[in-house]
Design a protein around this ligand. Sequence first.
Ligand code: 5GP
Length: 208
Amino acid sequence: MTTGNLFIISAPSGTGKSLLLQLLLKNNILKFNIKLSISYTTRMKRIGEINGKDYYFISKKKFKKMIINNEFLEYAKVFGNYYGTSKKNIDNFLKNNIDVFLNIDWQGAMQVRKKKTQVCSIFILPPSINELHRRLYIRGKDHIDIINQRMLQSKKEIYHFHEYDYLIINNHIHDAIFDLKNIIYAEHLKTKIQFNIYNKLIKKLLKE
Ligand code: 5GP
């Protein structure tokens, strides 16, 4: 049976991971059907964000109810707010042969690795701490106190890079997209995946 591939992408806040994913998916530069998972969060909506597109913005009470009902594939507290991935949504995509990207932190990545046997995880690093700070600042989405708090968290997040299968340095966005594309292609060419697709051919080749 074939299923979609599950990808995890993590990076310190401000590394440019969301832009990277946006560009990758927007221009349809890959021949694969890929969707970005939309997480649930208790964080306040930022200006310009849309419920159901950027996140599902829900109350703490609803989030806790979802935890009790075992609705999350993973969830974590990040920067004081809860974020979680719906188990049902992900399984629906995978079942329908659609690749899914989870844009989640290292705590969530750890939980997914324990639950799913086949998952490819990618970590993105900024080219320097100064550049990370600059990107968070010019993004202009957060108050300076929040930026400083995120910088501290980012440094902690960086320690987890070695838990991931692939590492990308996002210095120039187009190079990073190139790297990401290659990882996705490589995953699709894995023997296990190819065998699922071409098992009839392979069995025939072995017989003849
Ligand atoms: P932001 O508040 O900037 O949108 O996201 C903050 C952090 O939360 C990011 O590092 C992002 O990867 C992480 N995050 C977003 N959604 C999820 C999720 O569903 N689960 C986990 N564990 N982390 C998430």
